[in-house]
Ligand binder design. Structure first.
Ligand SMILES: Cc1cc2nc3c(=O)[nH]c(=O)nc-3n(C[C@H](O)[C@H](O)[C@H](O)COP(=O)(O)OP(=O)(O)OC[C@H]3O[C@@H](n4cnc5c(N)ncnc54)[C@H](O)[C@@H]3O)c2cc1C
Length: 464
């Protein structure tokens, strides 16, 4: 890329859920928006590897910005999911108390939920807990229900927001890492790995890299500590054992390990919580595996008679601040969106709404455009949410490619892979194709379909 000639009104740095949500929101006004992502694809950072729970915010710290934006994000993303086809399952959650101390904590947690504006929690006895989740191990004393916690597809969320942002006119530049910033009187120049980019405003949604970018604006107000969360994924046969999200009672040591159904029809156990220094350490570890096996076995021993088919890890962008750090510097025309640790999937759209309000207060014109395109219709990656193409006889009759299975574990068809390549934000590698279709995401992890999928990707790359 040679130097980009136009000056955008706004450059958003970071193509995770938060950056894509902000780009989409601002592209819904008359502002011109450019979205810069260091990696080859959007959604390839923390947003691709989390526990994928659409949080009500019942357990947030009351009266924080995070609690407000999580509750608002729950509403906004829930509505957006209905409009776009992002799969969501309204499973509900159950906090389980195993000790007297945890039983004593339940009324306080119910009260906290109410202070967060969430009034549907109920304390239940052990018989009711076992009625709801019969496979829990022995020793449950009581529980707290959270009927509105839900599971969602984090990959489709990120992709829908990016697709929508692009449809609204956002210029998306991947493989473009910001390496330096020069703030001028009227314009800012961003030095990137693919040339200079000019703009009026910069929004820093760079997640694990947000403190480095903040320092380019002369600030030294926080340091990101990557906090690794490892997870185990169980085979689909286990899914009936976990009808709701099973949560631990939080303690001073954190939220604890959960057992949850996934939107792809599996069960997962995790996450761990470990502060690291390496911001790229997304590999899993033997210690993490052993920890989750011992914790998980106590929660649900019979689950561990079945097979773990995959493990993965994500890095929370933790900082020394306990709340979100969202701040406007009107002099430098700069917005920091930092410290979005463990709730940004849920809150992303509310953060975008909040940033739009902050722009309004800084006298930037954010009047909504009248000519917005319809939101995108996303392919359904949910296992128990509507029909998938291989199940849809009418669709297959109209296009035989939807009846030609490429990935047998996840039942992904050639038609879906073709559609992903033809989409407005296409994949550029196998992992990106996996996030758009579920290909190679099953129990064989690509052992059978990997070569065929690679050939499809290579053929597509040859055509471009
Ligand atoms: C284990 C775990 C479990 C979680 N569970 C949940 C959950 O159940 N529910 C929930 O709501 N949230 C959850 N989260 C939190 C959620 O995943 C994050 O808050 C959210 O994904 C953060 O999105 P983001 O856009 O800020 O960051 P990211 O997705 O990391 O995006 C930031 C992007 O910025 C890019 N970037 C960085 N530096 C630069 C630069 N200099 N130039 C250009 N680009 C740059 C990166 O490449 C990256 O793609 C969890 C997180 C983890 C790790």
């Amino acid at each position: 890329m040679s130097a980009v000639p136009e000056t955008a009104d706004v450059v958003v740095v970071g193509g995770g859920i938060v950056g894509c949500a902000i780009a989409r929101a601002l592209a819904g006004t008359n502002l011109s928006v450019t979205l810069l992502e260091a990696r080859a694809d959007i959604g390839d950072g923390t947003s691709k590897a989390n526990t994928a729970i659409l949080h009500t915010g019942f357990d947030a710290t009351p009266e924080t910005l995070e609690s407000r934006l999580v509750a608002r994000g729950y509403e906004l993303l829930g509505e957006y999911a209905t409009q776009t086809g992002i799969p969501v399952e309204r499973t509900g959650a159950l906090l389980v108390a195993w000790t007297d101390e945890e039983v004593d904590a339940l009324p306080g947690l119910k009260d906290k939920a109410e202070r967060n504006g969430y009034h549907a929690c109920e304390i239940v006895d052990s018989a009711e807990v076992y009625r709801r989740v019969p496979n829990l191990g022995p020793g449950v004393l009581a529980g707290l229900t959270v009927p509105d916690e839900s599971i969602i597809c984090t990959w489709t969320t990120n992709l829908a927001l990016a697709t929508d942002a692009v449809a609204r006119g956002t210029r998306l530049l991947c493989d473009t890492r910001v390496t330096g910033v020069v703030v001028g009187a009227k314009h800012t120049t961003l030095h990137t790995t693919r040339g200079d980019v000019h703009c009026r405003w910069v929004i820093n949604a760079a997640g694990l890299g947000s403190d480095y970018l903040d320092a380019e604006f002369g600030n030294h107000r926080f340091t990101v500590t990557p906090r690794r969360g490892e997870l185990l994924v169980f085979d689909k046969l286990t899914r009936p054992m976990v009808p709701v999200i099973v949560l631990a009672v939080p303690s001073s040591r954190g939220k604890g390990v959960l057992v949850s159904p996934t939107i792809y029809g599996n069960v997962m156990v995790g996450p761990t919580s470990e502060n690291l220094e390496d911001r790229t350490a997304t590999g899993t570890s033997e210690e993490g595996f052993d920890f989750l096996v011992s914790k998980g076995r106590a929660l649900m021993p019979s689950l561990f008679d079945d097979e773990v088919t995959a493990t993965y890890a994500g890095l929370r962008a933790a900082t020394e601040h306990s709340d979100y750090l969202i701040d406007v510097d009107a002099t430098s025309r700069y917005v920091l969106v930092g410290s979005i640790r463990s709730t940004g999937l849920t809150s992303g759209m509310a953060i975008a709404e909040y940033v739009t309000e902050l722009f309004d207060s800084a006298d930037v014109d954010v009047t909504p455009r009248a000519d917005l395109p319809a939101p995108p219709t996303m392919p359904n990656l949910g296992e128990h949410v509507g029909l998938r193409p291989y199940q849809d006889a009418r669709r297959i009759a109209g296009d035989a490619e939807y009846g030609r299975i490429v990935c047998f574990c996840e039942r992904v068809t050639a038609g879906e892979i073709r559609d992903a390549f033809a989409s407005p934000v296409p994949p550029c590698d196998l992992d990106g194709l996996r996030r758009r279709t579920r290909v190679m995401n099953g129990r064989c992890q690509g052992f059978y379909c990997g070569a065929h999928t690679r050939a499809l990707l290579d053929a597509q790359s040859g055509r471009q």
